[in-house]
Design a protein around this ligand. Structure first.
Ligand code: NG1
Ligand code: ZN
Length: 528
């Protein structure tokens, strides 16, 4: 490793002294102007990770739903999954090393992780539409090239598209072609095949309104539009031509404010959805005839998809197991409905998709969604093989069901939550089950809930256990929350430090909106 060259180039991407960042649930995220050195260093680190795993590694430059002025970076591991925890630690050490120590820290990592330096390295890079993203991805490339890594810069991509590219490249093209065309062709073919199975042709001019958060989702959905035009016509809003990224729009805005995005023209009973800034989350919603807004979040998406998959499994008569994975933010009604009505086992993990993804891998079919709309479905290799075999061997209705499962395997992006892929799965399920958006919404009624953010001096003084549902420190806080929760009916509340913002998040649920608001407020006073 040419440490002199590293040192020389690093000086062009110097770290502001004293700045400390943490590789959190979504990689590094902060104001874009503080990230140049982090990008360069993540380019270096990706080369080491690529050499160590003898695989292509991905780097995505994005800050998802955060404001346009922010940016961020995360590494994608060989199978399209999030970076391994031990390497998150290496990433944090490298990003925080003061300028003069950085080459030594880099060398330490390569020794600790037993990286064979002679090995070739290959890194693929994607970025979102933020004004700062292009320059920051150039800094990533500087890092990669100074360690003589090879790279391919895909330029503008959604986060899940980058995950897809990494997985395709590391599995010899078995999963699909590692190009945008390959991605669009794979998804659209599966969507058309799946919807062809609908017993009645249904709505010939099926259309959907999509709020693209003024982000990358708009560009990519435009590129894909004609591939799916025969089955679905999408009408794009907040496509980035006028508004600012994530400003008063996008999935995070809609979910947290529980109201429609600005810039969307909604008529009653029309199906609408919102992507977030890097198109890995999706939520649906509609206005009823009285003009009331109804949100259909990740929990209801998981319910729709898992009930569809369960019906198909029953049809083919195979005892493949299915499980749903949620976080503490899942609405209590959704958990109850899944367990008691659908009889599907539900598990709760810590916030952050890597935790959900990991748990979902334990099932033949693992469906995971965060309430905010980030999620996907995982099929075990054994389940995939079995389903493909049944699709060839079975007959009539059973064969049709197996074929549909096979199409879902191709349509869902198994590497990461993907707004475009999730949208197509949802649309296909609605068509196949003949459900309107209102009927979908009526599966169960959400408990009124409220999320608040509390600014504290040091959010890390709060530590939690039991999938973040119980506070451990500071002492007395959990008891205070318990006392408050007892005052309300059907109530639940918890607090946890955010992994992506310098705040503590408060969540409360109760029998009425007023009570949920009042409980959330009381809990935030207890935190403060
Ligand atoms: P934090 O900031 O740790 O709550 C947020 C979301 C996560 C996840 C990450 C990554 C909530 C409550 N939290 O994490 O679900 O999506 O961002 O984007 O929505
Ligand atoms: Zn996102």
């Amino acid at each position: 490793m040419d440490l002199d060259a590293v040192k020389e180039h690093s000086a062009l991407h110097a770290k502001p002294s004293g700045l400390v960042l943490q590789y959190g649930t979504a990689g590094f995220r902060t104001k874009a102007e503080h990230l140049d050195h982090v990008m360069f260093r993540m380019g270096l680190l990706a080369v080491l990770r690529s050499k160590q795993t003898k695989s292509t590694i991905g780097i995505m430059v994005t800050a998802s739903h955060n404001p346009e002025e922010d940016n961020g970076v995360k590494l994608v591991d060989p199978l399209g999954e999030m970076l391994a925890p031990s390497w998150e630690e290496h990433a944090t050490c490298l990003a925080n090393a003061e300028e003069q120590d950085m080459p030594r820290v880099l060398l330490d990592i390569s020794v600790k992780a037993a990286v064979s330096l002679q090995q070739d390295a290959f890194v693929v890079i994607g970025r979102d539409t933020r004004p700062s993203s292009e320059k920051l991805s150039q800094s990533v490339i500087d890092g990669v090239t100074v360690l003589k890594g090879q790279f391919h810069d895909y330029g503008l991509l959604t986060t899940p598209q980058l995950h897809y590219m990494v997985y395709c490249r590391n599995t010899g093209g078995q999963y699909g072609k590692a190009t945008l065309e390959g991605y669009y062709e794979k998804l659209s073919k599966a969507f058309m095949e799946l919807t062809k199975q609908a017993s009645c042709s249904g709505d010939e001019n099926r259309s959907l309104k999509v709020d693209c958060a003024n982000g990358i989702g708009a560009l990519k959905l435009r590129e894909m539009e004609h591939y799916i035009a025969q089955g679905l016509s999408v009408q794009l809003f907040n496509d980035g031509t006028k508004g600012k990224l994530n400003h008063l729009c996008g999935a995070d805005f809609v979910k947290s404010h529980q109201k429609p995005p600005h810039g969307m023209e909604m008529k009653s009973n029309e199906r609408c959805c919102s992507f977030d800034g890097d198109a890995d989350r999706i939520v649906y919603y509609y206005l009823d005839v009285d003009g009331h807004f109804h949100l259909i979040d990740g929990d209801k998406i998981a319910t729709l998809i898992s009930s569809f998959l369960k019906e198909l499994l029953l049809e083919i008569g195979e005892s493949l197991n299915i499980g749903v994975v949620q976080t503490a933010y899942a609405n209590g009604s959704s958990t109850r409905y899944l367990e008691e009505v659908m009889k599907v086992p539900v598990y709760c993990t810590k916030t952050g998709v890597k935790h959900l993804h990991h748990k979902a891998q334990e099932f033949d079919i693992g469906v995971y969604f965060e309430a905010n709309g980030h999620g996907t479905v995982l099929f075990s290799k054994a389940a995939e093989t079995k389903i493909k075999q049944l699709a060839r061997e079975l007959e009539d209705k059973k064969r049709k069901a197996a074929k549909m499962l096979e199409n879902v395997i191709d349509l869902i992006n198994q590497t990461a939550g993907d707004a475009v892929s999730d949208m197509l799965v949802i649309e296909a399920v609605l068509i196949l089950k003949g459900l309107t958006v209102q009927q979908w919404d009526a599966l169960y009624r959400d408990l009124p809930n409220r999320q608040l953010k509390v600014k504290v001096a040091d959010r890390q003084v709060i530590s939690t256990t039991d999938a973040e549902r119980q506070v451990v420190t500071p002492p007395g806080l959990q008891e205070a929350i318990n006392d408050l929760v007892k005052k309300y009916k059907l109530s639940r509340a918890f607090v946890r430090p955010s992994g992506t913002e310098d705040i503590v998040r408060v969540y409360a649920e109760a029998d009425s909106q007023e009570n949920a608001d009042s409980l959330a407020h009381a809990v935030s006073l207890a935190v403060f």
